[in-house]
Design a protein around this ligand. Structure first.
Ligand SMILES: [Ca+2]
Ligand SMILES: [Ca+2]
Length: 196
């Protein structure tokens, strides 16, 4: 799947389907997102400023973004529960109280299952809400593995899990993803499937 240029969002993401978490809306702090600080701790900080697309992705924004690295057993490690896709962008450095907006085009009203491709160092809790509707909270299971001797890699144990269900309205809406508890999670994508 080709990645759109997140700096110029190419229109709403579609539901059912995969919602790429790094492709949040334009508009900046307080409008499209709230982040704990103004720095992107991935692009331009952890990842060097070298002009490459993945290293400079949304470099001037507060949301912290990085990408799946298939080298040195960073993200291609033996502790993954589900292997992520190489170079897949994700939102990391998540802190409780942060939120991110996504304009979505929803094909049909109804109940959708929600899966998350993620890492989670210590368990956590997130929520989703459409427009100013009722937020639905989801528990996120920890991917911490005591067998991994490298402490920083606890942020790189990927999993894809069914979080639960959400009732969504048809048409164009704004979904808000909130980090409620604990943080220390990386969000690659949410996957929505219509329940029949
Ligand atoms: Ca930040
Ligand atoms: Ca953050």
């Amino acid at each position: 799947m080709p990645y759109r240029d997140g700096r110029r969002p190419g229109g709403p993401q579609r539901i059912p389907g995969r919602l790429m978490c790094a492709y949040y809306d334009a508009g900046g702090e307080g409008i499209a997102y709230h982040d704990a600080d103004e720095i992107n701790k991935g692009s331009g900080t952890l990842n060097p400023v070298d002009g490459s697309y993945l290293h400079s992705f949304r470099i001037d924004e507060g949301v912290d973004t990085s990408y799946v690295k298939f080298r040195d057993s960073i993200d291609d490690n033996e502790f993954n529960l589900v292997m992520p896709e190489k170079d897949m962008l994700y939102v990391g450095w998540t802190v409780p109280g942060e939120w991110i907006c996504y304009t979505v085009s929803i094909e049909k009203s109804g109940v959708y299952t929600v899966e998350l491709m993620y890492t989670c160092k210590e368990g956590g809790r997130i929520s989703l809400e459409a427009d100013d509707g009722k937020a639905v909270a989801f528990e996120v299971d920890s991917t911490y593995d005591t067998a991994d001797p490298i402490d920083w890699r606890q942020w790189h144990h990927w999993n894809k899990a069914l979080l639960g269900e959400i009732d969504l309205p048809r048409g164009l809406h704004v979904l808000t993803l909130r980090t409620l508890e604990k943080g220390n999670m990386n969000y690659a994508y949410l996957e929505f499937k219509k329940k029949t």
